[in-house]
Design a protein around this ligand. Structure first.
Ligand code: SAH
Length: 372
């Protein structure tokens, strides 16, 4: 390498965004592409990658593992649900768990994952741990995809202030040939294919040094229905769970019921409000009833037709306004939340005031006027 060029370049080697963010973004992009449901991050350190992945809506199970409990505990509270998660529960379920343990040991809690990430982990492993690592990750956990990133020592001469390794805790740093040969052998042993890429581009003219961080993406060759393999792999639990958060989800009947009740009342209120405005417009003249009912402009054209065709119109009788449940059910959000009309009826039973035959939500106008 040209010494002058190298010296000049080491002064300016600063990645933007920073390299750790590029590594995490790489994983996020892969998650968005492959849509894994269960993701485990090995050597998760301060959980920053997990914090980012929690926002990927395809993920339902997130787990972190690190040999250092203190580094995980420092910021693990940031993985807890926020008040907004309770106010507006998500449609997906999400559980986040942190385990204290080593990637050199097998624990059944690491079975069944679709994606396992090992970002800047392997270079921290002692020789004996590195030997066991492939059997634990590829043999035992056997996820569909494994991502391994590690420093590329071919790039080191371009980095300022790197004498031997980039970090004092690194036990080794591999060049491209060393990493690729280890990765190809591991993939061959455990029936995976592997592709190499990286983040942190080398400067123009120096492409041979490769990416600053080298990444291997391993994809399992054979299909496997996760659970079918588990009974064959009995092991005792050796990891200690240090954190677990179950996010509120609409898959949980308790949160679904609250959401449906709120949405039903909200929808019924809107319909009632428009109905009453129309009534005022027509001076409450019962002769003209037929004119205002079908033309309820609060509905979309679609709903307008529905009202006429299926006789689902809201109506006033005495001091009561009746909003048919069938009309409320035809609103997309209510429909999506409940799935079936029967489910809607079941979820709101006893929680919303209904007409005596249970077919309509009922509001007392006088009572409401008094409240206003
Ligand atoms: N993955 C993190 C940083 C990794 S630093 C990121 O993307 O930013 C390496 C981490 O691996 C450290 O937190 C270290 O405690 C952990 N580690 C080292 N040896 C380990 C082992 N045998 N098992 C599990 N974690 C280990």
């Amino acid at each position: 390498m040209d010494k002058n060029f190298q010296e000049e370049f080491t002064q300016i080697t600063k990645f933007e965004p920073p390299l750790y963010k590029q590594r995490h973004q790489f994983v996020r992009d892969l998650v968005e592409k492959c849509k894994p449901k269960k993701v485990a991050d090995l050597g998760c350190a301060d959980c920053s990658l997990l914090r980012m992945l929690k926002f990927c809506s395809c993920i339902e199970v997130l787990a972190g593992l690190d040999i250092c409990a203190n580094v995980m505990k420092e910021k693990m509270h940031t993985l807890s649900p926020l008040p907004v998660d309770y106010l507006q529960p998500s449609e997906r379920s999400l559980t986040v768990t942190l385990h204290h343990g080593s990637v050199a040991h097998k624990d059944p809690c690491m079975l069944g994952f679709d994606l396992v990430t090992c970002i800047e982990l392997i270079e921290h492993l002692e020789e004996s741990e590195l030997k066991k690592f492939p059997e634990v990750v590829f043999g035992f956990m056997a996820p569909s995809i494994v991502v391994i990133s590690t420093p590329n020592s071919d790039f080191n001469p371009l980095l300022p202030r790197v004498m031997l390794y980039r970090h004092p805790d690194h036990k080794f740093e591999w060049n491209q040939a060393q990493f690729q040969s280890w990765a190809l052998e591991t993939a061959r042993c455990y029936d995976y294919s592997v592709e190499f890429t990286g983040v942190g581009h080398p400067p123009t003219g120096m492409e041979k040094v490769g990416f600053c961080t080298q990444i291997g993406v391993f994809v399992r060759k054979y299909l496997q229905t996760g659970e079918s393999l588990w009974p064959e792999k009995p092991t005792e639990a050796v990891y200690k769970t240090v954190f677990k958060a179950v996010y509120p989800s609409l898959k949980d009947e308790k949160y679904l019921q609250n959401a449906v009740i709120s949405e039903v009342i909200f929808t019924a209120q809107i319909i009632k409000h428009r109905l009453m405005s129309k009534r005022e417009e027509y001076g409450g003249d019962p002769e003209r009833k037929s004119k205002f009912q079908p033309s309820m402009d609060c509905f979309s054209d679609y709903l307008g037709k529905l009202v006429v065709e299926k006789n689902m119109e809201p109506f006033v009788s005495g001091n009561e306004v009746y909003i048919p449940l069938a009309t409320i059910f035809s609103f997309p959000k209510v429909n999506r939340l409940c799935g079936t009309f029967e489910k809607l009826c079941k979820l709101i039973a006893g929680k919303v005031t209904l007409s005596s035959d249970g077919s309509a939500v009922m509001f007392n106008i006088e009572h409401e006027n008094e409240e206003n």
